[in-house]
Design a protein around this ligand. Sequence first.
Ligand SMILES: Nc1ncnc2c1ncn2[C@@H]1O[C@H](COP(=O)(O)OP(=O)(O)OP(=O)(O)O)[C@@H](O)[C@H]1O
Ligand SMILES: [Mg+2]
Length: 340
Amino acid sequence: MTAIRYDDDDLYLPAQAERGARRHRKPRPNPHDRQASRAVLTEAVDPIELEGGFVTTYRPSRHEWGWLLQSLEDFYNRGLLSDVLAIIKGGKEANVYRCRAHPDTGLGLVAAKVYRPHSLRQMRNDQVYRQGREILTPNGRPVGKEAERMAHAIQKKTAYGREAAHTSWLMHEFTTLQTLYGSGGAVPYPVAAGPNALLMSYLGDEKLPAPSLHEVAIESDEAGPLFDEVLRNIELMLSHGIVHADLSAYNILYWEGEITLIDFPQVVDAAANRQAYDILERDIARVCGYFARHAPRDAARRGDWRDPRGLTGRLWRRYIGQTPLERDVSEARLYREDEI
Ligand SMILES: Nc1ncnc2c1ncn2[C@@H]1O[C@H](COP(=O)(O)OP(=O)(O)OP(=O)(O)O)[C@@H](O)[C@H]1O
Ligand SMILES: [Mg+2]
């Protein structure tokens, strides 16, 4: 089996992931002061009114203004959203905002993930993930008759193709949240999706969003149960035939002792994507690496943390079938038998 090649520095193989993680390791905050280092980037007090009567407490910057309004207005018009309170994080692909849901929804605070316009988006090499995936339309369903034309446009990166790829990327995140949430996964509740944004339940409180596992120092007695919960979610995804494909301590939120997995646009189809096995191994290696580093005493007892490769093989066989290596071997054997 050939190794995956990535031409993007946020994509690398498990062995490199370990090295990278060591290099970038930051001092851990005091566990009793977990929230102290969390900074909310901008927060304003006086609500301002945007076009169309949409009131926001958060003051968007000039270049963010139109994009934010356009992306969230539909949620406001549908009676889902009443205020944008603060930006939680500006990521590579999207900004996430803490918002107040409309009181009629009973949802309280919600998180709005607003995808950047293509021009401002740091494109990752998403072809690796798209391979074997259906193109999803704004209603979350696969494209029908138009599929071939759309796939061609996406490949050629025409304006129409970029738009279709953008929508499909976002809808994969939304429909994955729906699937996992509906089957008991530890993921945010997906409230609604629009062409450029999705609304989901918010982890955190009025002041601070939940930190990611990467930002907290977990207690040693929590490590085992938290790892098992991450593993339960990896298995749940595999039982639906999918792999997260960007799983790490950065995409696992920690709030009130519990974890929640986030950030799903790049999920891959385990059966259809030729690199899915390696991608799963990378996810598992990053998670195991985090727990082995942060709970070294438990690591001595947890053989699975020290053997992500073995764990990947076992999970793959349980949920998907033969590993690529086993498949290659049995195909080679068949081939030889044919020759005799
Ligand atoms: N439901 C939520 N509740 C609270 N905070 C959230 C929620 N969803 C996302 N966040 C915050 O927003 C950040 C970015 O979200 P996400 O990882 O989905 O987007 P991204 O653009 O892929 O970001 P990155 O490039 O940093 O991975 C998360 O790291 C987390 O801090
Ligand atoms: Mg992320």
